[in-house]
Design a protein around this ligand. Sequence first.
Ligand code: GLA
Length: 504
Amino acid sequence: MITLTLRSIVRRLGLFAVFVSLCCNPSLFAADVTGHWRVLRHTDDGNTLETFLDLKQEGSKLTGTVLVSWGDLQISDGQVDDNKISFTADVFRYDGDIAGDRMNLTQHDPNIGAISVSAMRMPAHAVPSPARLPVPPLHVVPNNGLASTPPMGWNSWNFFHDKIDDSTVRQIADAMVTRGMRDVGYAYVNVDDTWQGSRDANGRIHPNKKFPDMKALVDYVHAKGLKIGIYSSPGPKTCGGYEGSYGHEEQDARTFAEWGIDYVKYDWCSAFRIYHDSEMRAVYQKMGDALRESGRPMVYSLCQYGKEDVWKWGKLVGGNLWRTTNDIEDNALSMFRNAEAEVDLAPWAEPGHWNDPDMLETGNGSMSADEYRAHMTFWSILAAPLIAGNDLRNMTQETRAILTNSEVIAIDQDALGKQGRRMRKNGNVEVWTRPLVEGAVALAIFNLGVTDTPVTVSWQDLGISNVKNVRDLWAQRDLPDAGIQYSGTVKGHGAQLVRLETRR
Ligand code: GLA
């Protein structure tokens, strides 16, 4: 009797255990992740970066939005299987495990790699929205007198992304000197996003662990005969999710000036959550004024991806250069696309004020030498800023030769400051010219196709007379018999660049 009772108790306990494991173990039931989530990433530099998810689950299908600092990204390919979740949003891919009101995810970021992030469910939509500060009335910020030719230098983003720190910047400054970059005109060493830490009780921004002493770094770069740039955003957060200048514009400009900064790139990013695009001019004017009032001359680089016809007002907010496109990528399609976007923008470039088709990818490894030469040729004919974006410490001789060809650079830096124009387009072949000082002309021929193509361009067709000398700037030799035309083969995705000297 007693034995039977014990057996039945054990049986009942067993059934109870099965029941508990079924009802309380989320892994045995398909989760429902519908709702709002806050995603945290703890970086090695001591920051905690936030993104947000608004998710809707129907069966195993997942839709919704990933809210990053620079935009709201629609989810595609979203899938929930039991406790496994995966989805794509723009360039990001996420996958991981669901455990009730938490998720452990891996975020695959094309720039940064695989990052572990944790998500927790929020009762409501949770993107922080700081109070909107008023925008100032419009006025004209006086010229700062800088950048009489397109700025030349280096920037950390294209190659290093968030893996940039004090010691790497110092090594880059060293390489600018030892690899001959400084001597051909590259002057600015620019630290892009991810240098920021947090603000102290007085609101002053401090760098994060990667940059222990910004002033000391600035002094180091200056001692090399170079200048140094920094990066911020008019929004509360930068595109990388770091601290922006929102509400601290004057204070940050003063801090940058105290550190000895010479160049500020100001990136729209999360400002889109606060302002309308139509308010960009006023918002950029605010930092333009702040930089001016800091008393230190700093090149002002506007980065808002060419929105709102920035070329029409960039100079009025004190801008020395303004991005004309979205971010460049290290491939020929992206490089040509960014260059072509400037086909009608020549009238807006002049000494002190430049269209910026984004930084150079030369040497980053995914384009051929011909493509990198076309890249440098296009940027030079466009009078574009030449901001190298590769690892200068480890560049090949070929990359170095492309970046430091002084005759090509001389086209970019021509003192007349006129941006080149497209004169002809036949299929994939484009002919561009740029007027230079003393009646000289730069002629660039691009082959946007992949097949090597013979091209002839007569001076008469271009309306150029009295040509007395023609020099091939990549080969660095004068061309014989160049009295009436250029004739040669332009490689697939390649370019020719010649300088015509005229009799006056
Ligand atoms: C934007 C800019 C880039 C770079 C990154 C940094 O995408 O366009 O040039 O500054 O932000 O987060």
